[in-house]
Design a protein around this ligand. Structure first.
Ligand SMILES: [Zn+2]
Length: 145
């Protein structure tokens, strides 16, 4: 667990609360069932500076070897908007368990060294056998803008 930060009532990803949203995934109590849930928990892990979780959910073929969170960098995450949520919800009606790859489009806003940034990404995820069963992993992303 990261230091003595007080967690906000709402989950950093925009969910109702950390404990009922990304918390169980980040703390290893549950496995995200969808690529979107994994993506949200990874965003939340970024806001908490939880590098071990980011590495554990990164596919081994693309996992970075350099530090993800740069010490001394003034990075503040401001919010997340998932663009393809509706499409994913519609797809949920189909057999979710058979899905072995998926994409999630999102916009994350942050402030890097005082400068506002907008990260628009379409992330690719694969689902593979991992610790505790089938798990989603982040592979890579493309930037539509
Ligand atoms: Zn969340």
């Amino acid at each position: 667990m990261p230091k003595k930060t007080t967690l906000p009532a709402a989950c950093p990803c925009g969910g109702p609360s950390y404990a009922s949203c990304c918390g169980p995934y980040i703390e290893g109590a549950a496995i995200p069932a969808t690529a979107e849930a994994l993506m949200r928990s990874r965003y939340t892990a970024y806001t908490l500076g939880n590098e071990p979780y980011l590495l554990a959910t990164w596919h081994s073929s693309t996992r970075p070897t350099e530090p993800i969170i740069v010490a001394g960098e003034k990075l503040q995450w401001l919010g997340l908007e998932v663009k393809s949520a509706l499409r994913l919800r519609q797809r949920k009606a189909e057999s979710d368990n058979a899905l072995l790859q998926d994409t999630v489009e999102f916009v994350a806003r942050c402030k890097l060294n005082g400068r506002a940034q907008r990260l628009h990404e379409v992330s690719n995820f694969v689902r593979e056998q991992g610790e505790g069963g089938l798990r989603w992993y982040y592979v890579d992303g493309s930037f539509p803008e």
